[in-house]
Design a protein around this ligand. Structure first.
Ligand code: RNT
Ligand code: ZN
Length: 419
């Protein structure tokens, strides 16, 4: 009742600025957000259960209740999804293969190792996205994979890349929607290198070999490459830098992935979107994350960085040219809450952008009325946005406000055995 009343007032106020809140809610609910399976278990994956390698990218914290296997990861994802409004997908990494008949190394992976994921996704009525995994593996221990100087190691990883594209195509086939496949590699060096050129030249060759496989249907497996500035152990040199992948993606006609945490600490990414998309024919994949001083992958919140990204998309009418996936991991709080907070914040930022008075702002700009433009931007920050958000949640049949916390707490009590 309260939501209805407040929404009616808000709707009217937005309408006075020419904005249709019902249409914004509908559109915001339709844009898919891909939930990363690796928040549920702190990036550990399922290879470790087979006594092989295991361990992923650093997640800090030791809050109890980490998912310990496929069933638990999927149950946590399902619970989270039920508390989040709007279209969702699930993003699987290849080290989350379910080995029902024994461990297979990454150069031997096949679609059948992801059958449990595909069956589960079908049951949930959602689609999967996919990622080859080039990290947390003995053959990645010296910091190089696809750009390695040893051809044998390089070929191992090339084979992994090829196989993951086939798995992605199988997922697409099973779900009837394309599977977005993201390539991130950890390659780089802790300290100064004498030769920054050769690894990059080899990386071009390796990727060209992986993507040359014409038997993989491009409308099913949609490829992206993700750049990075630095990582733990690759502070001085990263082979796959932003410039490297911008140029690679453009010349090879694959998609680019921009992770919000993969740029200089004071750099934000919204300004880069138009520069990429004015050249790129392919979609741009966004890894929604929250860096704090470094690529710390904090849980995403509804902050200016996030709002600005979606405002750019809205103002450039680029919704159909983007793919959205989450990439954060926090082991210091309840992990379902991490999913829910981060995904709801992302959906919120979409709605916020869809309620932007973009048309009026551009009219002011065209007329040289820059004071009016700035004033309108400022005033819009205090519009009754919360009432529209609550209405969106209600429409999607999920709890509004902090009501979802009760569901999370009940689930936490049920899964207490994990502690
Ligand atoms: C790493 C990249 C990459 C990973 C996932 C697990 O810095 O952001 O996207 O987080 O692939
Ligand atoms: Zn990322």
């Amino acid at each position: 009742m309260n939501i209805e009343k407040q929404y009616a007032v808000a709707k009217d106020q937005y309408a006075q600025a020419g904005i249709d809140t019902d249409a914004a809610i509908e559109k915001a609910l339709r844009v898919p957000i891909s939930l990363h399976c690796w928040q549920a278990d702190d990036n550990v994956g399922f290879e470790a259960q087979c006594g092989v390698s295991g361990g992923g990218i650093l997640a800090t914290g030791n809050y109890p209740g980490r998912a310990r296997n496929g069933a638990e990861v999927r149950a946590d994802l399902a619970k989270s999804i039920s508390l989040i409004p709007g279209a969702q997908r699930v993003n699987v990494h290849s080290y989350y293969a379910d080995f029902t008949d024994g461990f297979m190394d990454r150069d031997r992976l096949e679609p059948k190792h992801f059958q449990t994921w595909m069956d589960w996704a079908k049951g949930q009525g959602i689609s999967l996205d996919f990622n080859p995994s080039f990290h947390a593996h003995p053959k990645a221990n010296d910091g190089f994979t696809l750009s390695h100087k040893d051809a044998e190691i390089r070929n191992f990883w090339i084979e992994h890349g090829k196989r993951t594209r086939k798995i992605a195509a199988a997922m697409a086939e099973s779900q009837g929607t394309p599977c977005n496949t993201n390539f991130w590699i950890p390659d780089g060096a802790k300290d100064l290198v004498a030769d920054s050129w050769s690894p990059r030249a080899r990386l071009i060759e390796s990727f060209d070999t992986i993507f040359a496989d014409q038997s993989v249907d491009a409308s099913k497996c949609v490829d992206f490459v993700e750049s990075k500035l630095f990582g733990i152990g690759s502070e001085e040199y990263v082979v796959g830098s932003a410039e490297f992948y911008s140029n690679y993606a453009l010349t090879r006609k694959v998609g680019l992935c921009m992770d919000m945490g993969h740029y200089h600490p004071t750099e934000t990414i919204h300004g880069k979107i138009s520069s990429q998309l004015l050249f790129q024919q392919k979609k741009l994949l966004l890894h929604v994350s929250r860096p704090i001083r470094w690529d710390s992958d904090h849980v995403v919140i509804f902050n200016d960085d996030l709002k600005n990204v979606f405002l750019e998309i809205q103002r450039g009418n680029a919704w159909d040219r983007m793919v959205f996936a989450l990439d954060f991991f926090d082991a210091s709080i309840n992990r379902i809450a991490a999913y829910v907070i981060g995904t709801r914040a992302t959906r919120k930022a979409m709605l916020y952008a869809l309620l932007d008075p973009s048309r009026l702002l551009k009219q002011y700009e065209d007329a040289g009325k820059n004071a009016q433009r700035l004033a309108l931007m400022e005033e819009f920050k205090t519009m009754p946005f919360g009432a529209v958000w609550d209405r969106l949640c209600e429409k999607a049949g999920v709890p509004a406000g902090t009501d979802w916390l009760a569901g999370m707490e009940a689930y936490e009590a049920e899964t207490i055995s994990r502690k």
